[in-house]
Design a protein around this ligand. Structure first.
Ligand SMILES: NC(=O)C1=CN([C@@H]2O[C@H](COP(=O)(O)OP(=O)(O)OC[C@H]3O[C@@H](n4cnc5c(N)ncnc54)[C@H](O)[C@@H]3O)[C@@H](O)[C@H]2O)[C@@H](O)CC1
Ligand SMILES: [K+]
Length: 482
């Protein structure tokens, strides 16, 4: 699990640890890890550390201090290190002295862009967890110069200017190739749009003790998903493995039903029951589906429902499903048709799976606002509806109604932005719900498999939603290491 903590939690842990350590020890740990990472990067881009050109962008806080101490270490190994001081009279005193002792030089911001352009490596120590709200004006030309330069850009703790706690980007920020972060991941390193500016992320352990229950966000890895995936035992039959009901599709959109069933058949449930007007299309493609045209209430037992994909204006089916006392996944048209009060008053778990546009409509804000603030949007929807919310997009975020860390999915690919891909995801997640996984686990596991399946199906070329569904078993095997 990749776990991210809020700035407040990180600061508290730092304070506790610092009280037990000699002054400056924590910063030295950070600088040592940072310098080692930079040396590796220099090995790649310049062949070696000795004789390479390094420019430090140094703000007035401890983030700049980390950069200065790391720069001193690189200078001692023979790199030519220049520190650009954004506020020369407020730069970290100890770091500055260390750099000068090691033979590094300093300059002010105005003449820096030329040096940045010639550098092999630019170390971004403008601002870390102490900043808010995009880069200040004086720092913007330096961020631009770094972006134009052929140098590798390594961000200290965070790409300067991004919001550490939310992943929001308001104004100019540094774009890094690598971010070396200290003590713990910050939510902004896992969540877009900030994540995109971080490049690859490396965590340096500085000894912080962070309680798991205080996490703000977490990203499942292969091993976590492997533990969550349901595996049928010797005693299992199709009913014990769970039956998932799919109430989807309409005369106008039969394809949504076919794709949701395609996902559901690969999600671990023992059987898929389809209810709706697209039964013929579903059976033609997937003869193993149990088809009923009697409506959800009389369709027979299921352990979870998926409702909404391609539903058109069929509000009564949505209402019928919401009245069922089993977990329900609501997607697409179902999100628009569901009565909020009926969702809130449900006692069994509910999982809502909007994309940014659907979430925006539910929240009464613009799509851009949701895309810029994915974490708070998902949390807000979850709280309003008393439901788990899986917000689809470049980084899919799954929030629980009762708080706790959000799950962030990192397996997605832009190839998944294709018609019908969401229908496959809802079938898959519904199927996992039917096997008994809690909503947060079902949603995040489905997002993980779906993203992986998307990559496997696409491999650098466009793939249709049905290709993604077909690749789910391969994703499953990949996760389990079979
Ligand atoms: N506290 C600790 O124990 C440790 C802190 N470390 C480093 O210390 C950093 C936090 O240091 P600070 O609390 O001093 O804060 P920062 O250095 O992150 O930022 C504060 C400084 O940045 C300026 N600033 C704020 N917003 C800005 C903006 N939008 N654009 C440009 N400049 C802005 C402020 O004037 C202030 O001087 C961490 O990110 C990490 O790099 C590490 O050394 C590990 C140990
Ligand atoms: K930084």
């Amino acid at each position: 699990m990749r776990t991210a903590y809020s700035v407040e939690t990180v600061r508290n842990a730092e304070r506790e640890l610092m009280a037990r350590l000699p002054e400056g020890a924590l910063m030295q740990r950070a600088a040592a890890g940072l310098a080692a990472a930079c040396a590796q990067v220099l090995g790649r881009v310049a062949g070696r550390v000795y004789g390479s050109r390094v420019v430090l962008l140094v703000g007035s806080g401890d983030n700049g201090g980390d950069a200065l101490y790391a720069g001193a270490r690189l200078a001692r190994r023979g790199a030519g290190v220049t520190a650009v001081l954004l506020a020369p009279d407020r730069a970290h005193g100890g770091g500055l002295a260390a750099l000068r002792r090691a033979g590094g030089r300093t300059m002010s911001g105005e003449s820096a862009p030329a040096d940045v352009a010639r550098a092999d490596l630019v170390l971004d120590g403008i601002v870390g967890i102490g900043g808010k709200g995009g880069l200040r004006e004086a720092a913007v030309p330096l961020a631009d110069a770094a972006a134009r330069s052929r140098a590798a850009v390594v961000a200290v703790d965070l790409p300067s200017g991004v919001d550490a706690d939310t992943g929001e980007v308001r104004g100019a920020v540094v774009r890094a190739d690598l971010t070396v972060t200290f003590g713990a991941h910050k939510p902004g390193l896992l969540i877009d749009p900030a994540r995109e500016y971080a490049g690859a992320v490396r965590l340096v352990d500085i000894g912080l003790a962070l309680p798991a229950e205080a996490a703000e966000a977490e990203a499942l890895q292969h091993a976590d998903v492997a533990l969550l995936l349901p595996v049928p035992g010797a005693e299992s039959d199709k009913y014990r493995r769970g039956v998932v009901g799919v109430a989807a599709g309409s005369a106008r959109y039969p394809g949504a039903a076919v794709l949701a069933v395609a996902g559901a058949l690969r999600g671990g449930a023992g059987a898929v029951r389809y209810v709706g007007p697209a039964g013929d299309a579903v059976i033609a493609r997937f003869p193993e589906t149990l088809v009923s045209d009697e409506g959800p209430k009389r369709a027979g037992r299921v352990q979870a429902w998926v409702v909404g994909p391609g539903a058109g204006d069929d509000a009564s089916t949505v209402a019928e499903v919401l009245a069922a006392e089993v977990p329900v996944l609501i997607d697409a048209d179902g999100l628009r048709l569901a009565d909020p009060e009926a969702v809130r008053s449900r006692t069994a778990p509910t999982l809502m799976t909007p994309h940014a546009g659907e979430a925006a409509a539910l929240l009464g804000v613009s799509r851009e606002e949701v895309e810029g603030a994915r974490l708070s949007s998902a949390r807000e929807l979850a709280a309003r509806y008393g439901a788990a919310v899986l917000l689809k997009g470049s980084t899919t975020v799954v929030a629980s109604p009762d708080g706790g860390p959000v799950r962030v999915n990192a397996t997605g690919t832009s190839w998944l932005a294709t018609a019908g891909s969401g229908d496959v995801l809802s079938g898959l997640a519904g199927s996992l719900l039917a096997t008994g996984l809690p909503a947060l686990d079902a949603g995040s596991t489905a997002a993980y498999l779906h993203g992986l399946a998307g990559r496997l199906a696409a491999r650098g070329a466009p793939a249709g939603a049905h290709d993604v569904a077909k690749a789910i078993p391969a994703a499953w095997r990949d996760v389990r290491g079979d």
